[in-house]
Design a protein around this ligand. Structure first.
Ligand SMILES: [Ca+2]
Ligand SMILES: [Ca+2]
Length: 195
């Protein structure tokens, strides 16, 4: 119960303190807390999800919350992801970063793009910091690189429904994306660079 309150507060603070152009869809229940919230909200909210990993490499897990229905710069359901740094006391809402498709500099956020969909994490470039992988639109996947102080820089890939794993057993995370047009999947073996 305490965990749930902490993450809800974190999201509220992020929504209040984040980029003013980002308007969360509602008071959302992060995917991380859906188990705890199950009695109040039995159906998973498809608009919100989350991931957790050590994106800044400080040894404390950081929390990513997404709201794919958020309005960004006037674009309805363009979506955003917010990373809240971990601390010895848990996610610290005072140290957070709001990421939108606009902020990545790789194309503009579009209406209904739903950036933040299917957010997952893996250290794809092998630098010891987890990277954030998320879909936007129907055929675009972004990899946002973990960094010493924050997520920094991104790669834009063609594909959808990202899945990560060490599929060739070499100790490096690999990324699989699928293509809805022809039902083919693409695997990118790690370690990856920004491409
Ligand atoms: Ca961390
Ligand atoms: Ca990394």
């Amino acid at each position: 119960m305490q965990k749930r309150v902490v993450t809800t507060l974190a999201l509220t603070a992020v929504a209040a303190c984040g980029a003013p152009a980002v308007v969360p869809d509602s008071t959302v229940s992060p995917g991380m807390t859906q188990t705890a919230a199950a009695t109040k909200r039995p159906a998973a909210d498809p608009d919100t999800a989350g991931a957790h990993a050590d994106f800044d490499g400080d040894g404390k897990e950081d929390l990513v919350i997404t709201d794919t229905s958020a309005t960004v710069n006037g674009k309805y359901a363009a979506g955003y992801a917010a990373m809240v740094h971990g601390s010895a006391a848990g996610p610290d809402a005072r140290r957070h970063q709001v990421i939108t498709q606009d902020s990545l500099g790789l194309g503009k956020a579009g209406t209904g793009g739903r950036f933040g969909s299917g957010a997952i994490s893996a250290d794809l470039d092998g630098d010891g910091r987890s990277d954030l992988i998320t879909q936007a639109g129907s055929n675009t996947v972004f990899v946002v690189w973990g960094g010493k102080k924050k997520l920094s820089g991104a790669a834009k890939l063609t594909g959808a429904t990202p899945v990560v794993g060490d599929f060739d057993g070499d100790g490096h995370a690999d990324l699989v994306t699928s293509r809805s047009a022809d039902s083919k999947a693409t695997i990118r073996f790690g370690p990856a660079g920004a491409d």
